[in-house]
Design a protein around this ligand. Structure first.
Ligand code: UD1
Ligand code: CA
Length: 459
């Protein structure tokens, strides 16, 4: 069976952070995750990640999804792969893909097409290459008339070799059994005293095995990040690529300033995305919506013709025709049913809001089930937390909740219940009732004048 090894031992000193480099994020996902996704999309599920610097963070991130091996000392790319020899020996029958965990744009197409070449040419090793305008820093591909003859690192290359623009991407296919043998023959006789994985090519050729190169037309597959500036460039590249995809699909943008859309987001045609909109995770948005400006949506399902203006919504569902904003916070576990309206300074948490219900301004609805066509007055609070436990509020269809109502949970209001403004409701209210809790209003006539007079006479 075919498998993959991902090298993720890099420290990324120039990032100036205590974190393995492959965990730095591009468009919301660690670079390592991009590489894993490419492997999975190419049908590779037997993956071993070689960790090094702060390797425990890699384990924590992977959370048991894939196995890892530790490279305790950083002695080069060949040495890193040597740590995975037990993994390779479990099944030497197929081929093994070696990838860098900090080059996020490798894709399934490149992986699959290079494997075809690798097999056709019956190679022990096939290196994936690309042509760069500025090849500085990369291993150069040395070719002779009979094909590739080796890879020379920047630090070991002659001036003539440094002029070569075809470079090693750091990704390779190996016949697994050959890889195990070739690793045993590496030495560290080079300017960096490292075990170079690249030397497997010249060693294979010297032993009469086949070695080849697959040149990718897309040089972006080799892009990586050494510092924060590079990382920003990768983010910019990925961000533009995602926006372009949505443009082709019929999504509208008048200005993409501050727009960040992660690659897992789906958006229907005719939806307009306004500046400052950040769409994350597994968000799915229907057609004809207006999203933004200044809106964050994470892992939400949004229907058609929804307005979300200056709002934040997390792990929730918003049905078609809903209008939300400005200044609304929809917290996890909420479902806003079709035609509902949620206005400014409203927070909804872990609640269902029924069809055509209106919560126009200044309210907190938490752990509640609100029915259809309910009107929630300004200043309404569902008092869902008593300091120890959270409890639910149930508000029936067609209720009219007066301004500044407190609903002390657990509580249930039946159908078409009225609450008078300022009422604190402490027990269940049956269908069609009015809940009113109010002291007797006193009106003290002439009070202000008497007060002013006494102040003036004091002086
Ligand atoms: C390597 C290649 C070079 C290629 C370049 C592509 C070698 C000798 N050179 O360069 O031909 O053009 O990648 O980016 O292989 N790593 C470890 N342990 C180590 C050393 C590296 O895990 O001891 C990992 C790094 O974290 C990284 C990958 O291997 O993910 C490549 O290492 P890096 O040092 O970035 O590349 P170079 O050695 O400069
Ligand atoms: Ca190096």
């Amino acid at each position: 069976m075919n498998k993959a090894i991902i090298l993720a031992g890099g420290q990324g000193k120039r990032m100036k952070a205590d974190m393995p480099k492959p965990l730095f994020k591009v468009l919301g996902e660690p670079m390592l995750e991009w590489v894993i996704t490419a492997c999975e999309a190419a049908g590779l599920s037997d993956i071993c990640v070689v960790k090094g610097f702060m390797g425990e963070m890699i384990d924590e991130y992977l959370d048991g999804r894939y196995r890892t091996v530790l490279q305790a000392e950083r002695l080069g790319t060949g040495h890193a792969v040597m740590q995975a020899v037990p993994f390779l020996k479990e099944d030497e029958s197929g081929n093994t893909l070696v990838l860098c965990g900090d080059a996020p744009f490798i894709d399934a197409k490149t992986i699959e097409e290079s494997l075809v070449i690798h097999k056709q040419q019956n190679n022990a090793v096939t290196v994936i290459t690309a042509e760069l305008d500025n090849p500085y820093g990369y291993g150069r591909i040395i070719r002779t008339q009979s094909g590739i003859s080796g890879i020379v690192e920047q630090k070991d290359a002659s001036d003539e070799q440094r002029a070569i623009r075809e470079v090693n991407s750091g990704a390779y296919w190996f016949r697994t059994a050959d890889l195990v043998e070739l690793l045993g023959k590496l030495d560290c006789n080079n300017s960096q005293n490292e075990y170079y994985l690249t030397d497997t090519i010249s060693i294979a050729l010297s032993e009469g095995r086949n070695a080849g190169a697959y040149k990718s037309e897309n040089a972006d597959i080799i892009r990586g990040a050494n510092d924060r500036k590079d990382l920003l460039e990768l983010n910019t590249y990925a961000r533009n690529a995602v926006i372009e995809k949505h443009l082709v699909n019929g999504v509208g943008f008048v200005c993409t300033d501050g727009v960040i859309i992660e690659r897992g987001v789906e958006i229907g045609a005719g939806t307009e995305i306004l500046p400052g909109t950040i769409l994350r995770g597994k968000t799915k948005i229907g057609t004809g919506c207006a999203i933004g400006p200044n809106t964050v949506i994470e892992n939400c399902i949004i229907g058609d013709d929804v307005t979300l203006n200056t709002a934040q919504a997390y792990d929730s569902e918003v049905e078609s025709g809903v209008k939300i904003g400005p200044f609304v916070h929809i917290r996890p576990g909420s479902c806003i049913k079709s035609g509902a309206k949620i206005g400014d300074f409203v927070e909804i948490k872990n609640s269902t809001i029924g069809e055509k219900t209106a919560i126009a301004h200044l309210a907190y609805i938490g752990d509640s089930d609100v029915g259809k066509k309910v009107n929630i007055g300004c200043g309404t609070v569902t008092v869902n937390y008593d300091g120890i436990e959270k409890s639910r509020c149930v508000i029936g269809d067609n209720c009219f909740i007066g301004c500044n109502t407190n609903l002390i949970a657990p509580i249930k209001l039946g159908k078409a219940v009225y609450t008078a403004a300022g009422t604190t409701v402490t027990r269940d209210v049956p269908d069609f009732a009015l809940a009113i809790d109010r002291g007797v209003l006193k009106v003290n006539e002439g009070y202000t004048l008497r007060k002013l007079k006494s102040k003036i006479s004091d002086k």
